[in-house]
Design a protein around this ligand. Sequence first.
Ligand code: FEO
Length: 395
Amino acid sequence: MKFEIAPNVHWVGKIDWELRKFHGEEYSTHRGSSYNAYLVRDDKTALIDTVWRPFAEEFVANLAGEIDLHKIDYIIAHHAEMDHSGALPELMRHIPDKPIYCTANGVKSLKGHYHADWNFQVVKTGDKLSLGGKDLVFVEAMMLHWPDSMMTYLTGDAILFSNDAFGQHIASENMFNDLVVQSELFEEATKYYANILTPFSPLVTKKINEVVALNLPVNAICPSHGVIWRDNPMQIAQKYLQWAADYQENQITVIYDTMWDGTRMLAENIAKGIRQQDERVTVKLCNIARSDINDVVTEVFKSKAILLGSPTINKGILNAVSALLEMITGLRFKNKKAAAFGCYGWSGESVNILGDHLSRAGFEVVQEGLKALWQPNGDALAQAVAFGRDFAGKV
Ligand code: FEO
């Protein structure tokens, strides 16, 4: 299967409807994904990226149906992560001498993955590769999201091949942004940014402004996952600028795990207090042990503040809450407020642990945590409501 982006530019990747976990088990892909590769024909022909290793043979066979592999003049490897480079060994088995254009870091990571000494051609920002009438112009994009990442701009057709940036994990037979359900598209694009790009937000802003300053026309943005942005393509770049600016909506998310429902009851009464204080704020509750962690991270991304709860167990906290804390620490969210809560029976360390960890993760802890001894009722639940009211008043 192929999709036409311009008469001489075609998508030749793989749509993976079955994918449910990505990066090992790190990222949930409820809607599948795609590994986008592109064939650009002019006097010379360039292949931009490949697909994940399990689809290597299928990819190369399909590609050979599209073009005599020996007529591919250049291979562009934007990024060595295996979802894009995984079919290179199979491809290079057929055309071992063809040049692979990548960044200096790309050589290191491709060699590190495949231990092959292919014909690497190192490129830097601004370097051009002539295809005849049109040029490929390379743009390094270090840490968006790997040290080796880069993008390529095709002159004439004005297409930006952006690699992971601007992607979404969506499988679709309608490969263009104007042909898919918009709410699903932006839900997945937001989740992708929240879970992958948040730590690199300052670099996102810098790189987009750098590209915008060049004042180049952009008819399409072709990412390496999900659908191609051809209808108002710069809308996703504008979204990225918003998301990179310490994004938040008027939302408070209450996240907890619970053993015997005590911490859940606190969570629900805290939410009641928030609503009493501010009926306009969006309040969401997530039992982290029963929720998809990447979806919860997306809710954290959208929130101006979070409340995090765990009962005390073995002088610590429940492990689903630990996993979330680990993840949000790495993502380095900024400009978000927080507080902690939890039940206890004996020693009651959980609330202090949560508060300390939230501070270390960069959240501003705006009030002392709420602890409830044994199963909360009466006064304890009233305190939880008041705690929620106070919190909503401060954020
Ligand atoms: Fe889609 Fe960083 O790989």
